[in-house]
Design a protein. Structure first.
Length: 461
């Protein structure tokens, strides 16, 4: 079953009269792929200033460069965005596997290991595949087995191998999940990554982690591949429809198989694997979600003989950065980022219990009752963009931030922003060069940095 979201061809850019800003009309979905540019000239002086901004060691050094960047760009944010896309801050490297370390509690060993393709050069962006292995596989073993999953794609992709606890699972207290973003930023700082083509591939327990990481971090990836795994959640018939909606703009390939009798694989987990993946396929079909489910007929281990054609198709996808509509259910405060909207402050108690038991009265709709309990425990952020109107809905959140790249809104016209039904903004939202530089630096995101930032305190009853 395949329900990939089909992307329209890149919309043409239109120059806004009197503002000197090139804007992309907000269609059904937007990607950050570079479209045609209209007479955008980046001077050598501006490019040098922007390069120095990202090479600066301190916040003060970066701040001192902002005014010079504005002047060199003649205060045109689109020219600055072009200079950011052309930034050159990497040194070419073709060395062997490199271990990744960064500070963190209880992390005395390397968090991951990466390797660049043979034809790597720092003057162009390369796709990135993050491999998350089963519990008994070290990152080194996963990296050595990368050819089993990626085949010839190894010739073009940077590959990072890491462990499932970095990606995070649904049931565990969220101590390590923030390290996934840290890991990806660290890799992007070291080598030139195409942030529109970052993929997550998990095997067994790593597949469960990949499911959860994709659901809770849909802004990071262009696609997720889960082999012989499924997301472990309480009451899946009710929780799946909620949390799979987070994947509305993130394609997922899930492949699994039943081992042959006598091979040691016929156990309760294998039965659960089939039951849950079939349930996911059913929900995806009913809700037109971009999830491809492949039940392999071969009895050979799916982790050693994955569906290469389907993997190739998924790896052709490009990240969608600014969809017109988003829904995002999440459990922990640092999971509250979804494309162009992010939670800044969690409201109320965090649901951190390892298990959940729900007992409904006999005379009520059991499924609806369970769904309502889950909705009450999970946090939520959602939003729609229709022309110059943005409508936000949030729960368990006292502060939310909207971060939009260039081209989504017309900077010359007023923008109406509502949150939970109340109008919170009714003025223009012009792009800000400093916001764009800061966001590009904070996320090491050069292809689609936010140029508009609007932070709102949420009024609660």
């Amino acid at each position: 079953m395949k329900c990939y979201v089909k992307r329209a061809a890149a919309a043409a850019l239109a120059v806004m009269v009197g503002l000197g800003v090139t804007s992309l009309a907000c269609g059904e979905e937007s990607t950050s792929t570079e479209a045609k540019q209209h007479d955008v000239v980046v001077s050598a002086e501006l490019q040098k200033l922007v390069n120095n901004y990202f090479k600066a060691k301190t916040d003060k050094d970066r701040q001192d460069l902002v005014d010079g960047i504005r002047q060199a760009a003649h205060h045109d944010p689109f020219v600055v965005a072009t200079a950011i896309k052309r930034v050159d801050v990497w040194s070419a490297t073709k060395e062997g596997p490199v271990k990744i370390f960064f500070p963190g509690p209880g992390r005395p060993k390397a968090t991951g290991i990466y390797e660049v393709p043979y034809n790597y050069t720092s003057d162009r962006a390369h796709p990135l595949v993050v491999l998350v292995g089963p519990q008994d596989f070290s990152p080194e073993v996963m990296l050595a087995r990368a050819h089993l999953y990626l085949g010839d794609h190894l010739n073009e992709c940077i590959v990072v191998a890491t462990t499932a606890d970095v990606a995070g699972l649904f049931y565990e207290i969220n101590r390590q999940a923030p390290q996934l973003r840290m890991l990806l930023k660290k890799v992007r700082e070291l080598v030139h990554v195409d942030t529109d083509r970052v993929f997550l591939l998990g095997i067994k327990e790593g597949a469960e982690a990949a499911w959860i990481a994709g659901m809770m971090n849909p802004d990071l990836f262009a696609g997720v591949i889960a082999i012989n795994g499924f997301p472990h959640m309480p009451y899946p018939e009710q929780s799946y429809p909620l949390l799979l909606e987070n994947l509305r703009h993130l394609p997922v390939l899930s492949a699994w198989n039943r081992p042959a009798p006598g091979t040691g694989g016929e156990n309760e987990y294998v039965d659960d694997l089939t039951i849950h993946n079939r349930l996911i396929a059913k929900i995806a079909k009913e809700n037109d979600l971009p999830i491809t489910s492949v039940e392999l007929k071969s009895t050979k281990p799916a982790g050693q003989f994955p569906p290469t054609d389907e993997i190739t198709e998924l790896l052709s996808h490009v990240r969608i950065t600014t969809p017109k509509s988003i829904e995002h259910w999440f459990r922990y405060p640092d999971q509250g980022t979804a494309k162009w909207l992010r939670q800044k402050r969690f409201e109320g108690r965090v649901w951190d219990a390892a298990t959940l038991s729900i007992a409904a009265k006999p005379d009520v709709d059991q499924a609806k009752f369970i769904t309502d309990v889950l909705k009450g425990k999970l946090a939520y952020i959602g939003g729609t963009i229709q022309g110059q109107e943005v409508a936000l809905t949030v729960r368990h959140t006292s502060n939310v931030e909207m971060m939009l790249p260039l081209g989504v809104l017309d900077p010359g016209e007023p923008v109406k922003v509502t949150c939970n039904g109340l109008t919170r903004h009714a003025n223009r939202l012009p792009p800000d060069i400093e916001v764009m530089l800061e966001d590009a630096y904070d996320r090491w995101e050069f292809q689609a940095p936010a140029a508009i930032r609007l932070s709102l305190a949420v009024h609660t009853n």
